[in-house]
Design a protein around this ligand. Sequence first.
Ligand SMILES: *Cc1c(COP(=O)(O)O)cnc(C)c1O
Length: 362
Amino acid sequence: MTSFADLPLRADLVGRSPYGAPQLHVPVTLNVNENTHPVPDEVRADILRRVGAALDEVNRYPDREFTALREALARYLGHDLSPAQLWAANGSNEVLQQVFQAFGGPGRTLLTFPPTYSMYPNYALTTGTAVVEGRRDDDFRLSPETVVAEIERTRPDLVVLAAPNNPTGTPVGLDAVRAAYDAFEGVLVVDEAYGEFMPADAPSALTLLPGRPRLAVSRTMSKAFAFAGARLGYLAADPAFIDALRLVRLPYHLSSLTQAAALGALDHAPLMLRMVDEIRTQRDRTAAGLEALGYRVWPSWTNFLLFGGVEDPRALWQGLLDRGVLIRDLAIPGALRVSAGTAEETDLFLDAMTSLTPVGAR
Ligand SMILES: *Cc1c(COP(=O)(O)O)cnc(C)c1O
């Protein structure tokens, strides 16, 4: 059988493996930070109606500029954003890849702060962008001083800050974002994939957009909106930044069905987001349960937790899987990540953890 290694592959792709969080069918799936609550029935009905209407015209290419969707996203985000400042694609993964296509590339360098979202180096790889890694402060925090020192040390063209960070849940202060922006001449992306899970009074990097044309803030409907399967990510930036993304997007990249479904979901944003508080509650319950078992839990502003003090992460991951609970092993020494689920999923996870934790360790 031929494997891709036998093909005349691009030299810089040789030896690489594709993104591969396991997709296993088990009763409790808490491994990729999805919202485990279903889309409410009335929203589902509206989405179906809109997708049906879009099907009437599916013989035609979709609105290439997804105008109605950009208007809806601007309304949803607020902060006086105009539709000209909004961009969307099939997941924030595609949005971020487009940023790399436009602003990265051969001869350019990405600065990233591991442990962080594993796809950033991947967008760099596929666009021929070099990667340098910055160090964090204790407990995965990022102070303005550290960010600036790392930018000055590595002189990047592109910096991506996941705020809050995945897989650690760590918040990033706006003072660090401001300092990063001022420390170099390149593009700064703040990835707020978990923005809706931040405390209500915590300001978004969206507030920093005015007067900062090299700053972009990306968001997604995959996490808080319970819309991961629909693939809709978006970004807010200066209109000129959006124009640059038009240079690299494929024509008609956002299907009319995707646009219709996203418009339906956004029209019911409060209902779609009503589970956010409940998810935060289950996250905090999970944290308390893990701490009671003797694990260390890092503070999280997201819908997941990183917990440490795990003697053998691979064995614990497997033990949970054997009990029907899938979480994530990101090869962080002594630690695993678990997404917050429903109350029932939380019970099942904590029960499994209790049975897998030696009594002496508690
Ligand atoms: C989940 C995630 C994304 C990607 O989400 P999409 O489903 O592609 O919109 C982006 N950034 C971070 C930090 C994430 O955790």
